[in-house]
Design a protein around this ligand. Structure first.
Ligand code: XIL
Length: 443
């Protein structure tokens, strides 16, 4: 909160629940025989995400599926956050000007809140899925109609919606870095900040997000343009709390290797980041795992929402991009996501003395993965890491390595290269295990 400019500091904010961090995922790999009495790894996406610093794992929900018990069984078991897929869009909530209809959205909100799931509102201002009356408008009449819409809808859901996608998809694709042309854009370049100010007035406790697609690759002009807008808003005190990366890794763009840089760069502006509409063509486990690890590596990445439950629920069902097949069975990508969530480690205080470690999962390839470990509390240190056979370590960096215990205990000593060391682990057929810190000793 201290990094927010004076212009927004007085605005009441939703209290963030900081959960006591957990080593459940790490310890689960060790097993009860070695560390008796440790809790089991979480067995659902939402529960595991909650253990990773109070994050959420959510899904888009369609109101007309809430009476499909196969659908709600998975929804209620796995997810602790919900985004209405279409029911809060402008054409759904204000089909005729001044006549608001909330039935389907209210049903989703009720379903979610009664089960302790948080709700993302999607979306208050957008060039798409506008009702006919709005499509036909322009100029100040449209600006006023848009602001009234923002005010009415945000007021209706006040206290129920945790995050609003206030504005969706306002930037153009390609290399221009320009705003997308739309009837809303033609009302004046300040339409986005006007929408955020109206939403802030209507619901001061909701977190207000800008949401877009193709802002995943840090090198893209569109990403840079949105970054500069958020930076400008923070500098001028426009009330913005978060950026949503839709992350539809299908069709037009793939998971970029600099995704973590994008997340951390937005976060460094003083906003939270959310992965809001994740789906990946053919649901490759590696890409899903990398997205999870990237989010876990950025403390301001508050959660991940997949854009539907089963492949048959997807807006791109032909690409089978989700975590459950059309029969509701868990796909390999589901297991990859759950394992990555469970392996995500929070700072721990291992035995030894004088220092603590924080483990950050790195890039995962088909046959190997990286891990980095940051040591706190000592400038010279010795850290012992246990590797689960048949996994082996092929490379280490920023420390001097030695081996013990049949090459399953890696000892890393500081060598003047700083306090973060890393290593590459070859899976050798075991893709699930992750290294465990055995001790950290100062000196
Ligand atoms: C999609 C829905 O999934 C479809 O059911 C609907 O027909 C079109 O919109 N970006 C967004 C989402 O912000 O609202 C879109 O959802 C997908 C792309």
């Amino acid at each position: 909160m201290s990094d927010e400019p004076a212009g927004t500091a007085g605005r009441p904010r939703r209290l963030r629940v900081v959960l006591v961090t957990s080593t459940v995922g790490l310890l689960a790999m060790v097993g009860a025989a070695v560390l008796p009495g440790t809790a089991a790894a979480a067995s659902t996406l939402g529960a595991s995400a909650a253990e990773r610093g109070g994050r959420y794992f959510g899904t888009a929900v369609a109101a007309n599926k809430l009476n499909d018990s196969a659908y709600t069984t998975i929804l209620n078991r796995e997810f602790n956050q919900v985004t209405p897929e279409n029911e809060m869009k402008i054409d759904a909530t204000e089909p005729q000007q001044g006549q608001f209809t909330y039935g389907n959205a209210d049903r989703i909100v009720q379903h979610a809140l009664s089960r302790g799931m948080r709700v993302r509102g999607h979306t208050l201002a957008w060039h798409s899925q506008q009702p006919g009356w709005m499509q036909a408008m322009s100029g100040s009449a449209l600006r006023n109609a848009m602001l009234n819409h923002v005010t009415q809808v945000a007021t209706h859901f006040r206290g129920k919606v945790a995050w609003w996608d206030v504005v969706n998809e306002a930037y153009a694709d390609g290399g221009s870095g320009a705003r997308r042309d739309s009837n809303l854009q033609r009302t004046g370049n300040d339409w986005i900040e006007a929408a955020f100010r109206a939403a802030d007035q209507a619901d001061p406790n909701a977190q207000l997000c800008y949401n877009d697609y193709n802002i995943d690759n840090w090198n893209d002009a569109k990403t840079q343009a949105v970054y500069r807008m958020v930076q400008d808003f923070k500098n001028r005190g426009v009330p913005i709390d978060c950026v949503g990366l839709q992350s539809h890794f299908t069709g037009g763009s793939n998971y970029p290797s600099n995704y973590r840089t994008t997340l951390s760069s937005f976060a460094a502006l003083g906003v939270d980041v959310h992965i809001t509409e994740l789906d990946i063509r053919n649901a490759p486990s590696d890409a899903y795992r990398n997205v999870v690890n990237d989010c876990l590596a950025v403390s301001r990445c508050k959660g991940i929402t997949v854009w539907g439950i089963r492949d048959s629920d997807s807006w791109r069902s032909g690409e089978s991009p989700l975590l459950f097949d059309s029969g509701g069975n868990k796909k390999p990508a589901y297991n990859a996501v759950l394992t990555a969530l469970n392996n995500g480690t929070a700072p721990t205080t291992p035995p030894g003395g004088g220092c603590t470690t924080s483990v950050t999962p790195g890039t995962v390839w088909g046959d190997r993965y990286n891990t980095s470990v940051t040591v706190s509390g000592a400038s010279t240190w010795t850290v012992v890491v246990a590797i689960t056979r048949p996994q082996t370590v092929s490379t280490t960096w920023n420390g001097s390595a030695s081996w013990d215990g049949g090459n399953s205990l890696l000892t890393m000593r500081s060598n003047g290269s700083g306090n973060t060391f890393g290593f590459t682990t070859m899976m050798n057929g075991n893709s699930g295990a992750r290294p465990q810190i055995r001790s950290c000793t100062a000196g």
